[in-house]
Design a protein around this ligand. Structure first.
Ligand code: ATP
Ligand code: MG
Ligand code: MG
Ligand code: MG
Length: 453
């Protein structure tokens, strides 16, 4: 999951990353046909699902992408036939809950509808279940230049019969409906995008597919949420035990529990794969994920002592057959997470004390935006936590002033040295600084901050 030798990427975010050289023609694969499972992490750059995670029931930070690959071997027809066979004959998924999409084409590129894919799908599925998809969803490109091609996605509609009667499933595809979800993407690499933007046919055509393992489990186990499958239930049960709260009682605790069940996987596997939490680059991404989990536990599950590290045991015994690296490094993973929890909880506690004194010194019912900003900027106390506490205590926050201060701060940061690490950007002043800040959970605050120690 952790990428060490590619300056354009910090973490594997799709099954194809490791095969890039074969598609570019710079390497020769040992076999022209491969199937695999690849741990992926989608928390930065082009694929960033972090804000969705916990809120919905089918986007994770870390997930397994199942894939089958053809490097200049079989192509569109076989890929479609075999995908259909696997889903409907091997996995025995009811054909009536499946939909597929094909690329609608693009005038500028001079390519029309992917009629080949359409005709291959037509052998298996009713034509009104084959939908057209746009460039964003149904045309895959590795970058500005290089191999690219149309793709076909497979979606499932697992709503109850009653729900299905209300709106046709086709209307809900690409609509973020939690029970009408994409499970598999078949990419047909048949073009090369030239430097001038033109497309030319590739001499050898490739297949690259990706299927979300957790989503597949949801379908096969007849559940309506990935978190109700046995990928997540052992973790959720452990969280219930440790926090003495029940999953399925209130929306807020459910979100918190999903966030923690998801994030422990991302953090534990990142550490086992060699990426420790730190102040910069990929390490900072991992720290930020862990802090998001700590913060949810602190605010919504009353956890002010480290507890997330306790989940490592459950996770590593769950995963030991498929991914033995976790069990092999369990002690390290446990210790790193526990220390991170201790230190961030101290920050949260200090912040709470300061917030108390701010409230104590407030005349009236509105708390100063500059004071809240100071708490956020200097002590790394999450602003949404400040807002939440103030609301609970019957106070409001001068958000306008807070935003102004934030904007000023951003401008100051912009002046600092910019270091680019792939598609994740971090602002650093110099090496002598220690990170104490914390990114807001809302999208409003997207900066990373540092303070001289
Ligand atoms: P979505 O539209 O649901 O965000 P996607 O189109 O971004 O998915 P692809 O890049 O096509 O996903 O990845 C291939 C497959 O990986 C998807 O069909 C889906 O099953 C799975 N997948 C993608 N993102 C996630 C995620 N964040 N968590 C779990 N599974 C995912
Ligand atoms: Mg996506
Ligand atoms: Mg999609
Ligand atoms: Mg897709």
């Amino acid at each position: 999951m952790v990428i060490k030798n590619d300056p354009t990427l910090m973490f594997t975010n799709a099954g194809m990353n490791q095969f890039k050289e074969y598609f570019l023609g710079n390497g020769v694969p040992k076999s022209t046909r491969v199937t695999d499972t690849q741990k992926c992490l989608r928390v930065s750059g082009k694929h960033n699902d972090l804000e969705e995670v916990g809120m919905d029931t089918y986007h994770h930070t870390m997930f397994e992408m199942l894939g089958n690959w053809s490097f200049g071997d079989y192509f569109k027809e076989e890929a479609i036939d075999w995908a259909w066979e696997l889903l409907t004959e091997v996995f025995k998924i009811d054909k009536d809950i499946l939909y597929v999409t094909i690329y609608e084409g693009d005038e500028q590129d001079g390519i029309g509808k992917d009629m080949e894919a359409y005709n291959f799908w037509k052998k298996h599925i009713a034509e009104d279940r084959i939908l057209l998809g746009n460039k964003k969803d149904n045309f895959w490109e590795m970058g500005e230049q290089g191999p690219c091609g149309p793709c076909s996605e497979i979606h499932v509609d697992i709503r109850s019969a009653e729900e299905k009667a209300k709106i046709p499933g086709a209307d809900l595809i690409n609509n973020d409906h939690p029970q009408v979800v994409e499970i598999w993407n078949l990419v047909f690499m048949q073009f090369n995008r030239k430097a001038n933007g033109d497309l030319e046919e590739l001499p050898a055509q490739h297949v690259d597919t990706g299927m979300g393992f957790e989503r597949l489990c949801m379908v096969l186990q007849g559940k309506q949420s990935n978190y109700d499958t046995d990928v997540f239930t052992p973790l959720l049960q452990e969280i219930e035990l440790v926090t003495k709260q029940d999953y399925g009682k209130t929306e807020q605790t459910d979100i918190a529990m999903r966030v923690i069940a998801d994030h422990i996987r991302a953090v534990a596997f990142a550490i086992a794969d060699g990426q420790l939490p730190s102040n910069t680059g990929a390490g900072y991404v991992i720290r930020r994920i862990l802090r998001r989990a700590i913060r949810y536990g602190f605010s919504f599950l009353n956890q002010n002592e480290p507890f997330i590290f306790k989940l490592v045991h459950t996770l590593s015994s769950q995963m030991k057959t498929a991914f033995p690296e976790l069990a092999a490094q369990k002690n390290l993973v446990v210790n790193v997470i526990k220390e991170e929890e201790q230190s961030f909880l101290r920050t949260l506690e200090q912040g709470l004390l300061l917030l108390e004194s701010i409230i104590g010194n407030t005349q009236g019912k509105e708390v100063s935006g500059s004071k809240a900003f100071e708490l956020y900027d200097t002590y790394g106390f999450p602003i949404d936590l400040t807002a939440l506490i103030l609301r609970e205590r019957g106070y409001t926050l001068d958000e306008k002033k807070f935003d102004e201060e934030l904007l000023k701060q951003k401008e100051r940061s912009r002046a600092a040295t910019k270091v680019d690490t792939g598609d994740w950007q971090i602002l650093i002043d110099d090496n002598e600084e220690e990170f104490i800040g914390y990114d807001n959970l809302s999208t409003r605050v997207k900066i990373t901050k540092y303070r001289k120690v």
